[in-house]
Design a protein around this ligand. Structure first.
Ligand SMILES: [Zn+2]
Length: 245
């Protein structure tokens, strides 16, 4: 049986609230953008979930079955306590009212304190729609007198991870040190063979080499081996300076 939840949020088994939920347009975006941070926070005892909005298919070397198997392998490495797929259509994801309500229903049922969404500037229309949907659903989840399952709920913050298709010179708001998680992050990305290995040029630098170059660049900026960049629209709130590097 698949470990990926595909039931409508109204029919999901009840769970303890999540510390944070990563909303991903396609399976592999969460791993690419913030796989290291996910693992690091799981290791620190946080309850982390991932909601993939679509199957990610069709792609040139994938299929629904292959992609699901790859997602399950990557999820075992990340070791998150919850992962689901909303079953929305790949390549035609849209920020409709219906999809907003569906996503808000997930938020009400999973009750994540924070949400991580794809960065708001991108070339992939699915990614842009995912960001818009997440922002709208965050607001929608707190509405009263609706048919949505669960109680009114408002995730405290939305943060943004980068899994962008544009070659943007980005200016992140913070960088997470993922030096200890890097090799396992790369292994989790490598589970998606149909996306990152099959049919890709084998001469150096390979796509996987590029992922390492990127992570090393972000690590260099914080004087660590590997890093992951993040953005926020609302100011970052700190309770202490002790975690600052
Ligand atoms: Zn994607």
């Amino acid at each position: 049986m698949s470990s990926i939840h595909t039931a409508h949020p109204a029919d999901l088994p009840t769970t303890e609230p999540l510390d944070f939920l990563v909303v991903a347009p396609h399976p592999d975006d969460a791993e690419l953008g913030m796989g290291g941070t996910i693992m690091k926070m799981v290791e620190k005892g946080m309850r982390v979930g991932i909601l993939d909005l679509t199957s990610g298919e069709p792609t040139p070397y994938g299929s629904e079955t292959i992609r699901q198997r790859e997602t399950e392998s990557a999820t075992r490495i990340l070791n998150v306590c919850w992962r689901g797929n909303a079953g929305l259509p790949n390549r035609s994801l849209e920020a409709t009212l219906e999809n907003r309500e569906l996503l808000a229903s997930y938020f009400r049922v999973l009750r994540p304190r924070w949400i991580f969404a794809p960065y708001w500037e991108d070339a992939h229309p699915d990614h842009l729609a995912a960001t818009q949907l997440t922002e709208a659903a965050r607001f929608w989840a707190k509405l009263s007198k609706t048919q949505m399952p669960g109680e009114r709920f408002h995730p405290e913050r939305i943060y943004y991870y980068y899994c962008i298709h544009l070659r943007l010179a980005i200016s992140p708001n913070w960088i997470m040190n993922i030096s200890e998680q890097w090799e396992r992050k790369l292994a989790a990305i490598g589970c998606y063979e149909s996306q990152f290995i099959e049919g890709r040029p084998s001469e150096k630098p390979t796509l996987m080499d590029r992922f390492r170059d990127d992570a090393a660049y972000w690590g260099k900026l914080i004087n660590r081996n590997y890093g992951e960049p993040f953005a926020t629209k609302e100011p970052l709130a700190l309770d202490s300076l002790q975690d600052l590097l």
